[in-house]
Design a protein around this ligand. Structure first.
Ligand SMILES: [Zn+2]
Length: 344
């Protein structure tokens, strides 16, 4: 009988270890230790044993009962631990690699704006800002565009219906950054050396190189002895620093109401020696309009044109960024397509 009891312990341990759920465990416990369980079935025969053996069998049976119970409790704990682990794993597996947050990047227009600003700041220019909703006066009148001046037609303008400003002047979305020339001189007085980066708006047809919203950089340098040679020198220096390459400047006569004389600037193609697609095989690239600030503009800014003179220039930052980054379509700048923006 002792052997049979030992066998039951063995079988019980084996079966308990195979249990995967608490229900299976309960069933196993019943089958070994229950009223009709195998241990009790064997113990039914105790009464037939000689008296002196009964006590020993009873002791052994109790011991085996205890052992089986201990194993059942241990296995129960294992099953509960596993269940908890399974739940935790669903929620928080510290060994899984994390989800990388999407990192933002600087917009290509901002990138080039920063470069341009840095170069001009090192040459002693300050950076000015002005309103995007501008008065007809500052956008046109103060810049020597008379009311019936045909040059006004060159600037297809978005007018803001209401309200007019307190002087009864029409409001519009500024068509260029030049109004800040006069605003800057009125606020900071002369001599002045400033660049004005900012958005401008034109009501015009859109294509690969034209948009209704454009980003301009305006420059202004007014002092007592400023000539067009300074303009050429500063512009050449700026482009040479930007492209990290010796750049030549070529000037052609131009026309703007707010400068006299006016010029158009081309710069030597930084991408080729003998002509390429970017410079349309001319070895020069058109970039800026410029000139000596018109005396009437200085008067608008309460500056005496007999005492002060200087130059102004303006160019499209979009165009410069397209050249700099080799971007084919101006639309990309404002479409916010992450595939485009990620390239920079
Ligand atoms: Zn070229």
């Amino acid at each position: 009988m002792q052997n049979q009891i030992q066998d039951i312990l063995k079988q019980a341990i084996e079966k308990i270890n195979k249990c995967n759920t608490e229900a299976e465990l309960l069933e196993t416990e019943k089958s070994f230790l229950g009223k009709k369980g195998s241990l009790n079935e064997i113990l039914k025969g105790v009464k037939d044993l000689p008296k002196e053996d009964r006590a020993e069998i009873g002791k052994l049976a109790n011991q085996v009962k205890q052992d089986i119970n201990t194993h059942i409790q241990n296995q129960k704990q294992n099953i509960q631990d596993k269940a908890l682990d399974a739940i935790l794993e669903q929620w928080h597996d510290v060994t899984l690699p994390g989800i990388k947050p999407q990192k933002g990047a600087v917009h290509p227009l901002s990138l080039i704006q920063e470069k341009v600003e840095e170069i001009f700041q090192k040459m002693g220019f300050m950076i000015l800002d002005g309103p995007e909703v501008e008065s007809d006066y500052f956008n046109f009148d103060a810049l020597n565009f008379k009311k019936d001046h045909p040059a006004r037609d060159m600037h297809d303008t978005y007018f803001v219906g209401e309200p007019q400003n307190k002087d009864g002047d029409k409001l519009l979305l500024r068509t260029h950054t030049s109004p800040v020339q006069v605003r800057g001189m009125l606020q900071h007085k002369v001599p002045i050396k400033a660049i004005i980066p900012g958005r401008c708006f034109r009501y015009e047809d859109q294509d690969a190189t034209h948009e209704h919203t454009l980003f301009q950089i305006e420059g202004l340098y007014i002092d007592k002895n400023i000539s067009i040679a300074n303009l050429k020198g500063i512009f050449q220096e700026f482009l040479t620093k930007l492209f990290e390459k010796k750049i030549e400047i070529q000037m052609r006569p131009g026309y703007f109401p707010f400068t006299e004389p006016s010029v158009e600037f081309d710069f030597s193609c930084p991408f080729c020696k003998d002509g390429c697609r970017v410079c349309k095989y001319t070895k020069f690239i058109e970039l800026a309009g410029a000139g000596m600030v018109h005396p009437n503009v200085l008067k608008s800014a309460k500056v005496d044109p007999n005492e002060y003179q200087g130059f102004a220039f303006g160019f499209g930052l979009d165009r410069l960024a397209m050249l700099y980054h080799n971007i084919q379509n101006i639309k990309h700048f404002r479409e916010n397509d992450i595939r485009f923006l990620k390239q920079f």
